[in-house]
Design a protein around this ligand. Sequence first.
Ligand code: GLV
Ligand code: MG
Length: 293
Amino acid sequence: MLAKAAGLGADMVFLDLEDAVAPLEKEAARDTIVEAINTHDWGDAVLCVRVNAWDTEWTYRDVVHVVENASERLDELMLPKVEYASDVRALDLLLTQIEKVTRRQSTVGIEAQIETARGLINVEEICAASPRLETIIFGPADFAASTEMPVLTGGVQIPEYPGDHFHYVFSKILMAGRATGLQVIDGPFLKIKELDALRDYAMRTRILGYDGKWALHPDQVAVINEVFTPTQEQFDTALDILEAYEKATTEGAVGERKGAVMFGDEMIDEASRKMAIKFVSRGERAGMARSAG
Ligand code: GLV
Ligand code: MG
């Protein structure tokens, strides 16, 4: 599984020491992970290790063992069940010392998971807790457990609920992440064989503005990439908007340049440029090019 992970088309890979590892395997798993980081070809994927949460006895040794022994190919650590800004600060301080001792050239980034009621209440301070923070992630399975939602499967739509039972949570995490310039990522969808249901559910966070979503299984990667990549039509329209806006705002003599113009039958202005630029940068990151003609 570890050897195959980098070739699956995901932008980021994380190696887990937390809930995917049985308690009696935790210590041995650290060596397996270090060896995998140092020996596999990870391509251009962002490479991350999820350590155990601070309420266990494993976190500090996870961090020290992995970061002291992994090569600089390790980009970041993921901290689960973050509840306070000080949880992130503690990891930041530990990393600062390890980086000094190992003379690491690059800085280890942090991804924080929000997956408890307390974490959600404190998400704004958590997002601002450290310059190492790159990403805030919603963890629906632990979150459902923390809030005592009567569900047995994490991250899926609940047909009995008229609406989206996580709408408030999705929005609150998104606002906190955007306000602090972090990437905002949706967590797992546990019914790994139900790809249509995954597509439907992933579209909810995509439409709210999330940057991406976890994949638990190779089959989920293509669906998630499809949902979080602009369509060709969106990409082309965004480029057309940028061009029309550029022309309107720069061409002509003094007094003739316009900040708001018609684009087909709708009006565009500076806000339209800001919306369009997001589609273009996401599309380019996914290797898209403008359609011919
Ligand atoms: C992920 O860690 C989750 O709890 O959903
Ligand atoms: Mg979790």
